[in-house]
Design a protein around this ligand. Structure first.
Ligand code: ASP
Ligand code: MG
Length: 441
């Protein structure tokens, strides 16, 4: 069997859904198990609805538009227009509750945003049925996807594989499962974090022993750079799991970083494909790369990176200091990215999140801390780049020619990643310059 995951734009309207139907139909022999995102933009709108209802603003109108969008798709697909009315009514009740109480905790938020995928899965399954394909929509939590209870970033329980195998035993036909959402052991709805449907696909792929996990998007695969930044960016044939994970983490948006975890464990290849060009082979992500496939793969960037400089109060006890700092990070769940240390100071980068300010307040209790926001981070990723003679000097030459100063560098911690920090507004030029030098010559 294969797992096919379709993202929001791939099910964004009736035309796109018909295209997806054709793709699935052509692959029936491989026993597809389908995972689907919410209709494009719907998750964002659900988050907005939370804000509107919390602020006591007119959320009804916005909900009406959301209802209209889904009903229109159903009508255009010529299936039961009332198919998701039950879910829409449930959603309305929840919003009324939020508006009335003025409260929406993490748990309620996960419940609220779960409606997107619950509706899209039903719509796609109905369309497949109308096309004569035996198909059934299933909420991932009814297919065994049970997680811990952390709102917005739940992770599957250790025995998720056997739970999924057990729950899926009796399902027949093409299963269309909801991406992104799950349930904890108490039965509360949870989510895997934004973009989490890719992760759902690989969780199911690993549990069900898929021969391939296919991530269907609207681009030709993972690219040498973001095509919006670099005109000449081109799709990659192959990537290692490790490269893909680094790229995803460092800003390539095609695939969720956690997607690689279940696939690595079972050594199942992941393929990134384009719904607009279904015959194009896309990018294959796998465990072992041939020698010829090693080397620089892609350049990514991300903005709004924060740099935190921490200076120890005294020169003594450097290891104790590191431990103290690490302890604060871990208690506030601050994700540390690049890190550099000297004898008396530690500098690290992180993404500004809710937990950063309280973490910094605590660091200030025992050290001097400076924080700078809005830096940009550039990463060059590829197997073995660490060991390529002259690679680093090539990169720094490009930076020199662009007159760009770098603030923090991380190189050598893995074999496959060189990351550094530049100032606000500089990453675009750097990515273009590096792409030209590393791929276009
Ligand atoms: N619908 C969710 C989101 O927009 C999950 C996904 O699309 O992967 O984040
Ligand atoms: Mg996505």
């Amino acid at each position: 069997m294969i797992v096919l995951k379709f993202g929001g734009t791939s099910v964004g309207n009736s035309t796109a859904i018909r295209r997806v139907g054709i793709i699935i139909k052509a692959r029936l022999e491989r026993a597809p198990f389908v995972v689907v995102s919410a209709v494009g933009g719907v998750t964002d709108r659900l988050f907005e609805l939370r804000d509107l209802s919390l602020q006591g603003q007119l959320w009804e109108e916005s909900l009406e538009r959301l209802c209209g969008l889904h009903r229109e798709i159903l009508a255009e697909l010529e299936v039961d227009v009332q198919l998701v009315d039950g879910l829409l009514a449930e959603l309305k009740t929840l919003l009324e509750e939020i508006a009335a109480t003025g409260e929406c905790d993490g748990r309620a938020l996960d419940h609220l945003v779960s409606f997107g995928e619950r509706m899209s899965a039903r719509i796609l399954a109905a369309h497949l049925q109308a096309e004569g394909i035996d198909s059934i929509a299933v909420d991932a939590f009814d297919a065994g996807l049970v997680t811990d209870g952390r709102p917005q970033r739940a992770r599957p329980l250790a025995d998720v594989n056997s739970r999924i195998q057990e729950a899926c035993k009796t399902l027949e036909g093409v299963v269309v499962a909801t991406g992104y959402i799950a349930r904890d052991e108490e039965g509360n709805i949870t989510t895997l974090g934004r973009g989490g449907s890719d992760y759902t696909a690989s969780i199911f792929g690993a549990a069900l022993g898929a021969e391939e996990i296919q991530i269907w998007t609207d681009v030709d695969g993972v690219m040498t750079a973001d095509p919006r930044i670099v005109e000449k960016a081109s799709p990659l044939d192959t990537l290692s799991f490790e490269e893909a994970a680094e790229l995803a983490f460092y800003g390539a948006r095609v695939i969720h970083p956690a997607t690689m975890i279940p696939a690595v464990a079972q050594d199942i290849p992941i393929r990134v494909l384009n719904t607009h060009r279904p015959d194009f082979p896309g990018t294959l992500i796998l465990g072992d790369l041939k020698e010829a496939d090693r080397g620089v793969k892609s350049i990514t960037s991300k903005s709004h990176v924060s740099v935190v400089n921490i200076v120890a109060p005294r020169m003594l006890d450097q290891y104790g200091f590191l431990a103290q700092v690490a302890n604060v990070f871990s208690r506030f769940e601050v994700v540390v990215d690049i890190i550099a240390t000297s004898e008396v100071s530690i500098a690290f980068t992180t993404q500004r999140g809710e937990s950063l300010d309280p973490a910094i307040a605590e660091l200030r209790e025992f050290s001097r801390v400076e924080v700078y926001h809005d830096r940009e981070q550039v990463s060059v990723v590829g197997e073995d780049i660490r060991d390529r003679i002259g690679f680093a000097s090539e990169v720094f030459e490009v930076l020199g020619n662009l007159n760009v100063n770098i603030e923090l560098i991380s190189f050598g911690a893995t074999r496959i990643n060189l990351s550094f920090l530049v100032g606000k507004g500089q990453a675009g030029d750097v990515v273009r310059g590096l792409h030209e030098r590393l791929f276009e010559q």
